[in-house]
Structure formats: structure tokens, C-alpha cells
Design a protein around this ligand. Structure first.
Ligand code: ADP
Length: 414
């Protein structure tokens, strides 16, 4: 089955076409047929597409919205120029899988999209006003372009965390506020945490019940997840993706009283403060230079910039704090799993995060750590009680497999 995986953001659309089915899943031989990205949707858009074994196709075109962007993708997919193996017409796309950011309390698993599911995603717009509307636009456009005959499946970023107990998801505020407004912790990056946890399990041949690990998705957005017996029992992002770890431009945890104080001192509105905490904080805010970890590491090495160093140290300290917190909460863990752009590619950040975790039984093999850049492997010593792994994430693959399973009526593994 050829699944088109769509990830529609406010000004970008990413896609992959993945060939998957039962036999391919069993052999771990799903095939990535094509992928692409359209940036700056809404103005002169930047198009970068590539099909398996072919040169990258780049173009610029005025694309006014998600519909225009998906239309552009659909036309390229079936073009001779693209030359995607086995895809000659729209009929060769058998299902469309959508990444949906917020499924609220309602969606605990991936769902075939019908009018009721669309209404449910609409109900979650209040909870994710920046993300869900863009996801909905993508769903509506894909329905129009591919027709009702092509099944569409929603895969939610929040769903993996639906197993969190109340002790993890409730905030210490009046309980009625949870009842009335559903103010609670939801968690995000669920597809990524679920994917790496699944990879960990299959790599080691473990049953789900034996998966007691802490996964660390460190990219532009960052989150940690405590996974016990294969289920998410806690995660660092909360009501929104702002909570938890320090991120590229997000502050992560902070004392909420700062909001009123800031409003008073800087004359800022609440929405200005919210925007500052999401877009001007984190690594960028602390360093005053950049929210990009690779650039920050370069800056630190080349010019010994004090604030670049400080931002990186705070980033690592926060990750360590969450690892320690979850370790205690879970009553111990078997392994740490690093993923995301930073987690997969930066031995230096992994080294700094792990420094001091000997107390949890972790003993790092530095040579192995240095050798892992974007590749799967362990970097703890064989004698280490707590293991450490790099497992590159692949959310699109999981979305494609879920889409295939939902369409084929195969139960979804967690
Ligand atoms: P997103 O969360 O948007 O998907 P990614 O997972 O691609 O982002 O992560 C982007 C982050 O990964 C950036 O901060 C980038 O600098 C960082 N990164 C990528 N490669 C490296 C590297 N070799 N060393 C350090 N940081 C890296």
C-alpha cells in the first residue's frame, strides 16, 4: 500500500510517500518512495521534492494556502518528471496519513477520518490554536483532491501519552478547572516517543511489558518521556509544548508568576509574553545568538562565548533533571534513548547530559558515543547498569504504518 504522509504546519507542508504492508512491516522493509517540503506557503513558496534514486527537484511558486500546496504535491507525484516507482496516477496513492498535533482527551489512538473525527479535531482547536487549524486545512484539502474513496487517517501527537496517570497529567490548580476547561497535561512528540520505544523493543526482542525506558526527543522542540511497561507514564511537555525542557526558542519550565511581573515591568500583553516564551526564549533567549544547537556549539568552541556556553549547560542540566526525576518516579529504568536532531547527531551534547549520571548506573563508552551520528546504536559500556542508545526517529514511517493498519483493520500496536 502506498501511503502519502502529510504534515501540514502554519506555513509549511511536508510529505513522504511510503510503501508499506504486512510483509514489509514484518521484514522492516517499508520503502520510502518520495519525500518533499514546501516552505513559505502563503507567499512565494520554496519547493524541494525528491523521489527515490532521483536528483532533488527544486522550484519556487506562489502558493496561497495548504490546498494549493497539496495540489502542487499531487501534481508532481504523478508527473513523469518525478518518476516515483509504482506511482503513475492518483489511483496509486492508496491512503493519506495526517500528523495531527492535538487529539485532546478524545483521541487515544490513530483514527480513520470521517466527519465525526473532523468535528473532534475541530473541538481541539482551542487547545492547539496554532497547529490544529493547519492540520485541518490539510485534511480538508486532501479529501477534496484525492476524493472520498481514498481513506484518510489521523495520527495524533498526543495519543501516546493517553496512558499517563492522573498523578502525571493533573496540575496543582483547582480541580474544577480541569473539569470545566480540560486544563491538564497532554504531552506532545508522542509519535516520536512511541516510534523509538517500539524500535528499542524490536531491536532487543523484548515484549512490551519489559520496556522501562526514558526517551529524550531533542530537536528544535524537546521533550522527555517516561515509558513504563511500554506505556507513556509521564512526559515533559504539558498543556502546550511550552512546558518542560529548555528548547531552541521555548523557555520550558518557569514560575508562572513571572507572567504578571513581566506584564507589569515591561508593559507586555499576555499574548506578547506567550509569544516571547515560545519564540524568543530557550537557547536563543539565553545566548542572544541562535536557537540552533549546532551553531551554538560552534560559537562556543570558536569564540568561547560565555552565554552560548551557559545556554548549552542549562539545556543539558534540565535534561539531566528530568532523567533523574523520571528515574525516581519509575523506580528505575533500563535505558536512556536519545533521538531528534540534537539527540541523534550531537555526541557532545549527549556526553554533557550523561556526565554525572554514573549515580544512576550509567557508564558511557566515549568512543561509541563519538561514532554515533544519525545512526542507531548503544553508547553505554557493556557493564553499564543503565544503558544508553541513539535511535533515530521516524515519525512518518509510524504514520504510514498506522494508516495501513487502520485501513486494513489490523489492531494498532502501542
Ligand atoms: P525539529 O524539532 O524541528 O524536527 P530537528 O529534530 O531536525 O528539528 O532538530 C533540529 C536541531 O538539531 C537544531 O538545533 C540543530 O542545530 C540540531 N542539530 C542537528 N545536527 C546537529 C549536530 N550535528 N550537532 C548539534 N546539533 C545538531
Amino acid at each position: 500500500m502506498n501511503v502519502l504522509v502529510l504534515n501540514c504546519g502554519s506555513s509549511s507542508v511536508k510529505f513522504q510517500i511510503v510503501a508499506t504492508d504486512k510483509a514489509r512491516i514484518a521484514k522492516d522493509a517499508d520503502r520510502l518512495l518520495a519525500k518533499g517540503l514546501i516552505e513559505r506557503v502563503g507567499s512565494l513558496a520554496l519547493i524541494t521534492f525528491s523521489a527515490e534514486g532521483r536528483a532533488v527537484y527544486k522550484d519556487e511558486a506562489p502558493l496561497k494556502d495548504a490546498r494549493a500546496a497539496i495540489d502542487r504535491i499531487a501534481r508532481w507525484i504523478v508527473s513523469e518528471e518525478a518518476g516515483i516507482p509504482g506511482v503513475r496516477s492518483m489511483a496509486d496513492i492508496h491512503a493519506v496519513g495526517h500528523r495531527v498535533v492535538h487529539g485532546g482527551e478524545r483521541f487515544k489512538t490513530s483514527m480513520a477520518i470521517d466527519d465525526k473525527v473532523i468535528a473532534g479535531i475541530e473541538d481541539c482547536v482551542e487547545l492547539a490554536p496554532l497547529h490544529n487549524p493547519a492540520n485541518l486545512k490539510g485534511i480538508r484539502a486532501a479529501r477534496e483532491l484525492f476524493g472520498r474513496g481514498v481513506p484518510q487517517i489521523a495520527v495524533f501527537d498526543t495519543a501516546f501519552h493517553a496512558t499517563m496517570p492522573e498523578t502525571s497529567y493533573l496540575y496543582g490548580i483547582p480541580y474544577q478547572l480541569y473539569r470545566r476547561h480540560k486544563i491538564r497535561r497532554y504531552g506532545f512528540h508522542g509519535t516520536s516517543h512511541r516510534y523509538v520505544s517500539y524500535r528499542y523493543r524490536t531491536m532487543l526482542g523484548l515484549p512490551k511489558e519489559k520496556v522501562d525506558i526514558i526517551t529524550l526527543h531533542l530537536g528544535n522542540g524537546c521533550s522527555a518521556c517516561a515509558i513504563k511497561k511500554g506505556d507513556s507514564v509521564n512526559t515533559s511537555m504539558g498543556f502546550t509544548p511550552l512546558e518542560g525542557l529548555l528548547m531552541g526558542t521555548r523557555s520550558g519550565d518557569l514560575d508562572p508568576s513571572i507572567l504578571e511581573y513581566l506584564a507589569l515591568k515591561e508593559g507586555m500583553s499576555l499574548s506578547e509574553i506567550d509569544s516571547m516564551l515560545n519564540k524568543q526564549s530557550g537557547l536563543l533567549g539565553l545566548s542572544g545568538l541562535t536557537g540552533d544547537m549546532r551553531d551554538l556549539l560552534e560559537e562556543e568552541a570558536e569564540s568561547q562565548d560565555r552565554r552560548a556556553h551557559l545556554a548549552i549547560e542549562i539545556f543539558c542540566a534540565r535534561v539531566r533533571r528530568y532523567i533523574g526525576g523520571y528515574f525516581a518516579e519509575m523506580g528505575g529504568a533500563e535505558a536512556l534513548v536519545f533521538t531528534g536532531g540534537i539527540g541523534e547527531n550531537s555526541p557532545e551534547i549527549r556526553r554533557r547530559i550523561c556526565a554525572g549520571l554514573e549515580c544512576l548506573g550509567l557508564s558511557v563508552d566515549s568512543r561509541k558515543n563519538d561514532s554515533l551520528k544519525g545512526t542507531l546504536g548503544a553508547f553505554s559500556k557493556p557493564s553499564s547498569k543503565l544503558k544508553a542508545y541513539v535511535i533515530p526517529t521516524d515519525e512518518e514511517l509510524l504514520i504510514a504504518r498506522d494508516a495501513y493498519r487502520v485501513v486494513s483493520g489490523i489492531p494498532l500496536p502501542r
